[in-house]
Design a binder for this molecule. Structure first.
Ligand SMILES: [Fe+2]
Ligand SMILES: [Fe+2]
Length: 268
């Protein structure tokens, strides 16, 4: 099977099994085809993307209450589902990039599927199921501004995944505080993998940015409203995770000096 066909199958799947299907062992990338930009994913009916105002996710303090914890885990699983779909999306949108870049994208796609499953296992442990609540298309909606691979690295890797380095830590702590070690371990695993995903974005941005700019300058010029560096972090910056991902001092210091904001633009 071609990478292109696999990527298409993930976005076009109308079942959860299809969304989370592993790549076949005979996956090859020899016929990449023309660039395709897909506007929205197909979904199982109960996971159709809803308007943001129809989706209510409790604040992190909700972890102490099982019914709210289910909603939080459901939202986290949806982030991972979107991430898996969007790593498929980028394979289709930019077919002519180097083979090692595309192999990296496929590997990350698979890890995003695993993250989704990890959260679904925890959701099911509390009697919930994927599709119990409406889901947003938060990450998908930002693809309108992704016109180049650098745009994707800045939006997905250095904003959404970057922020997740902080959120994952917050959620794991909150789960431990209420004695839910299994959920905390699942989130720890996501955190560990996301460090490598951010590192991937950083490495390719370093390689592809204009020589006259630093990574920070390219990032700042690239991310567009409603995104910005204020969305690339949580309230407490996990500096060690950024260092592990290889971000340079300029980028980390700039993240440190800005205040985290929510999708609605308000302070966290
Ligand atoms: Fe993930
Ligand atoms: Fe990721």
């Amino acid at each position: 099977m071609q990478v292109r066909e696999y990527a298409e199958s993930i976005i076009a799947a109308r079942t959860l099994e299809g969304k989370l299907a592993a790549p076949p062992i005979d996956l090859v990338d020899s016929e990449r085809g023309a660039a395709v930009r897909i506007d929205a994913p197909a979904r199982p009916t109960n996971l159709a993307i809803a308007e943001a105002r129809a989706v209510k996710v409790p604040p992190i303090a909700g972890m102490q209450d099982i019914s709210q914890r289910r909603r939080i885990l459901h939202a986290l699983a949806n982030h991972e589902l979107q991430a898996a779909e969007l790593f498929a999306w980028v394979l289709l949108a930019f077919p002519d990039e180097p083979a090692s870049f595309r192999r990296g994208l496929v590997n990350i796609l698979v890890e995003e599927q695993e993250h989704c499953q990890l959260y679904l296992d925890r959701l099911e442990a509390f009697g919930g199921a994927f599709g119990d609540y409406p889901v947003t298309g938060h990450f998908w909606h930002r693809m309108v501004d992704v016109k180049t691979p650098i745009d994707f690295l800045c939006v997905m890797g250095l904003t959404f995944e970057n922020a997740n380095l902080d959120f994952a830590g917050d959620y794991a702590r909150a789960a431990r505080e209420v004695g839910d070690e299994d959920t905390a371990l699942a989130i720890d695993k996501v955190h560990e993998d996301e460090i490598r995903h951010v590192a991937f974005a950083w490495r390719w941005l370093s390689k592809w940015k204009p020589e006259a700019e630093t990574c920070w300058q390219t990032y700042e010029r690239t991310v567009k409203f409603p995104l910005s560096a204020t969305r690339a972090r949580g309230n407490v910056l996990d500096r060690a995770a950024r260092e592990q991902a290889g971000l340079d001092e300029e980028f980390i210091a700039n993240l440190e000096s800005c205040r985290a904001t929510r999708p609605n633009g308000k302070r966290r």
